[in-house]
Design a protein around this ligand. Structure first.
Ligand code: PMP
Length: 361
């Protein structure tokens, strides 16, 4: 059990006070329906594999280019920004960790929602950053005014995780606008599934940092590539952290694969449209079964049912080798989170759920 951890007398007090993040299960069997960690059910673009193969054959002897210039150019072109406005890290988790180190301080509380990505409090504790959680409303929407004038800065995912609820671009902009002296980080891990990216605001706001990932909409969770887009000075801050820590955040295979993924825009559009369509269909089916389905703009749904114990549903499905996510946490302990898979996987899930729901007469 990863939660029962030993504590060495040699650990720093920061480490002692940090309860590490526990990621979702990665079962070793292949014959499971895996709807628990928001991966993409479709393989990456076929171009990715070819590019990685080429890089493996030709360049592994050499260190990567420390500036990651080529991939930064590709990302800059994709988002119509300058390459000096792009930072690349080993998954967006690393970009988030570097951002906490670069922009947030002890003594000035940053704000994030109470129901959100559980890595934020982990980083805050590890890097000694004070924080204040802002409770989301009953319907899981964010009370945006409560993020105005934050002492130390703001971070939140848009769409939020694990709720899937998204803010409009105007709402995001108002939070950025109302914190002119502090960095506002928008974690857009799930932005490509139907909401508007704040990247289009980075040239207007020097305090805005947008973080995205190739793990979800580009099917590359295994490659570990994330990136930040923002004002040149914020990117310079992240580079200073990187260069004080590890000059090579990503390797040559990841660089080649990521570049190929961005260059195959048609494939990206095709699979994200499929996922959005499957999400809408699954939401409808679950609603018909009596579930409360939180409105989602992500590749997952947070759902609950008045006559079904969420943890029991999670366990029952796991016995049938269908993995979903259950969080034993206040406010969401009656919900489960279901990643959107292929239509046939969602059908199998719905069949299994139907058998589990008590017959209402
Ligand atoms: N932010 C959010 C909100 C997430 O849910 C995740 C995925 N667990 C990440 C960031 C990290 O993604 P990655 O490190 O794979 O880029």
């Amino acid at each position: 059990n990863p939660r029962v951890s030993s504590m060495s007398k040699f650990f720093s007090s920061r480490l002692k006070q940090t309860e590490p993040y526990v990621p979702g299960e990665q079962p070793n069997e292949t014959k499971v329906i895996k709807l628990n960690t928001n991966e993409n059910p479709y393989p990456p673009s076929p171009e990715v594999q070819k590019a990685i193969q080429r890089a493996a054959n030709e360049t592994l002897r050499l260190y990567p280019t420390p500036t990651l210039q080529e991939l930064r150019q590709t990302i800059a072109k994709t988002y119509k920004v300058h390459q000096d406005q792009v930072f690349i890290g080993n998954g967006s988790d690393e970009v988030l960790a570097f951002s906490f180190m670069a922009f947030f301080e002890p003594g000035e509380a940053i704000r994030f929602p109470d129901i959100t990505y559980s890595f934020y409090p982990v980083y805050a504790k590890l890097f000694n950053v004070d924080y204040k959680v802002v409770p989301v409303r009953e319907d899981f929407s964010l009370p945006i005014e409560e993020f105005y004038h934050a002492e130390g800065g703001v971070i939140f995912p848009n769409p939020n995780a694990p709720t899937g609820r998204a803010l409009s671009l105007l709402e995001v902009e108002s939070i950025v606008h109302q914190n002119p002296e502090k960095v506002v980080i928008i974690d857009e891990a799930y932005i490509d599934f139907g909401s508007d990216t704040a990247v289009q605001l980075v040239n207007q706001y020097e305090n805005l940092l947008v973080i995205q990932t190739l793990s979800k909409s580009r099917s590359l969770a295994g490659l570990r590539v994330g990136y930040a887009i923002g004002d040149k000075q914020l990117i310079e801050g992240l580079n200073r952290i990187k260069n004080s820590f590890n000059s090579y955040t990503i390797d040559r295979l990841a660089i080649a694969g990521a570049k190929a993924a961005f260059e195959d825009g048609d494939y990206f559009e095709e699979i994200r449209a499929k996922i959005i369509e499957t999400r809408e269909q699954t939401a409808k089916s679950l609603d018909n079964l009596g579930f409360e389905v939180v409105e989602s703009k992500a590749n997952f749904l947070l759902v609950s049912h008045s006559q079904v114990d969420a943890e029991e549903l999670y366990n029952q499905l796991k016995e049938q080798k269908i993995y979903i996510r259950y969080f034993k946490k206040p406010r969401i302990q009656h919900y489960v989170r279901i990643t959107i898979g292929k239509p046939e996987e969602m059908e199998r899930l719905l069949e299994a759920i139907k058998k589990h729901i008590p017959k209402v007469t």
